[in-house]
Each structure stands twice: as C-alpha cells, then as structure tokens.
Design a protein. Structure first.
Length: 93
C-alpha cells in the first residue's frame, strides 16, 4: 500500500465530508419534485370542475327516480336475483 501525503489524505477526508452532505441536496430535490408533481396532478383533477356546466348537457326528459324504481335499480345492481321480480319472466330462479 502506498503512503499518501498528509495533504492528499486531508483532501480525501474533505471530499468524503462533502459527499456526506449530498443526500441532503438530493432529498431537497426529491421534495421539490414531489411538490411539483402533486400540484400538477391537483390542477389537472380540479380544473375540469370549473367547466362542467358548459360541457355537460342535461337531457330534457330527465326526472328523478321514484323510490320503487330506485330500489329495483339498487337490487339489480347488487346482483340480488334471488327474489322474483314482478317483471321476471322466470319466477323462482
């Protein structure tokens, strides 16, 4: 093994000390990147909400469902086909 002069050893120690500070710089860059990405995503998600009234047309024949219609829609959506429905062509299935 070669003997290094003292000034070379001190320079190596200084480089090691500077390298130890690099993760701090890296983490600050990552934090800045996360903030930019989250802000961009938030704007992309929220911006269309301000224009929804201009882009969605409400049909003229739109009416709220009656409680019976709503219950049937929920029943069919949930997959509960065990009870015969009044309009079921195969009761008892």
């Amino acid at each position: 093994m070669q003997d290094r002069p003292i000034h070379a050893t001190m320079a190596a120690e200084e480089r090691d000390a500077e390298a130890a500070l690099q993760p701090g710089k890296l983490s600050m860059g990552l934090v800045a990147g996360i903030i930019v990405a989250a802000s961009t995503g938030g704007i992309v998600e929220i911006a269309p909400l301000f224009t929804i009234q201009r882009t969605v047309e409400i049909p003229a024949d739109l009416r709220p469902l009656t409680p019976l219609e709503l219950g049937r829609e929920i029943h069919m959506r949930e997959g509960c086909h065990c009870l015969p429905q009044p309009d079921d062509p195969h009761p008892g299935r």
